[in-house]
Ligand binder design. Structure first.
Ligand SMILES: [Zn+2]
Length: 301
């Protein structure tokens, strides 16, 4: 069975708290595991969340601030220690190549795994597996930052009542799917488009075009809301979002499940993020993330 879920490894921003580790998120997408922004302590959070190094196929780093990347050193060494048998790919801003190099080779270890480096320097599609296309868009932060968006290609859904009306059943259904037309009945007559699912990961940024490009029409949007709305000036100054800003993006983009995370240590009351997101008009599924939470992607409509 295909599993699509977000495993939250950490939810703190610059400073961890007693209850929040630095950032870290695993997206399970069918058979693949994509690790986003591994902050310090990600290796241990993976253990606590039941995620093995073998589960990883791809690592995506938005930018080279420590809370989004210091965990690379440990995770990469663990991948090699465990001799993960499949190749991995790492994406990160090309402008931070020197940081990636240092983190990848932070200390001595035995390199056993092929990790392909696929740095980003422009918006667009950076990978296409057939199961999904991975897009990036530039964000607005004091250091170069890119968000990520996964798009599953549209498929088709056969409509049983239309098939029955045309007397098509059994092996003829497969033949129609392969050949596109059968006894004068076309595939379009008996099927509808099944829209592919979309997931976006937006972190760290002010409001900018890239935020909307990434979030557009997503089943799930994981987005930073470092600040509460009363601290919007701080958010703007440091290149971050507030809970209300993040929620309005979700409203404008038709997001079904909004996941807020990357909280400043100055706040101790997670309910306030939820309250402000609702006040901003978001009425879909809403999760104020906490460490080790698992959030399934919404079911297809
Ligand atoms: Zn951050």
């Amino acid at each position: 069975m295909s599993v699509r879920e977000l495993v939250v490894l950490g939810t703190a921003s610059q400073v961890p708290t007693r209850h929040r580790n630095h950032n870290g998120y695993l997206l399970r997408w069918d058979g693949e595991g994509i690790l986003f922004d591994p902050g310090e302590g990600t290796q241990r959070q993976m253990l606590r969340a039941g995620v093995a190094a073998h589960d990883l196929n791809r690592i995506c780093v938005t930018h080279f601030h420590g809370d989004h990347s210091l965990g690379l050193a440990g995770v990469i060494q663990r991948i090699n220690l465990d001799k993960v048998p499949h190749p991995l790919t790492a994406h990160y801003p090309l402008s931070g190549q020197r940081f990636f190099d240092r983190l990848r080779y932070a200390t001595a270890y035995r390199e056993t795994v092929d990790i392909a480096e696929a740095p980003i320097s422009a918006d667009g599609v950076i990978a296409d597996t057939g199961g999904y296309a991975l897009h990036t868009a530039r964000l607005s932060h004091p250091v170069e930052s890119y968000g990520y968006r996964l798009v599953e290609p549209d498929g088709i859904r056969m409509l049983p009542d239309r098939l029955a009306a045309h007397g098509i059943k059994g092996p003829d259904v497969g033949r129609l799917q392969r050949e596109g037309v059968l006894r004068g009945v076309s595939l379009d007559d008996v099927s509808e488009v099944r829209r592919g699912q979309r997931f976006a990961f937006v972190m760290d940024t002010r409001l900018c075009d890239g935020v909307y490009t990434l979030a557009d029409g997503c089943e799930m949007l994981v987005i930073e809301s470092t600040f509460l709305d009363e601290d919007v000036e701080l958010a703007e100054e440091h290149g971050h979002l507030t809970a209300g800003q993040a929620a309005r993006v979700a409203v404008d983009c038709g997001v079904r499940h909004l996941v807020l995370t990357h909280f400043s240590q100055r706040y101790t009351e997670p309910d306030e993020f939820e309250r402000q997101a609702r006040e901003a008009g978001f009425d879909g599924e809403l999760t104020v993330a906490h460490d080790l939470l698992r959030v399934p992607l919404p079911k297809r409509r």
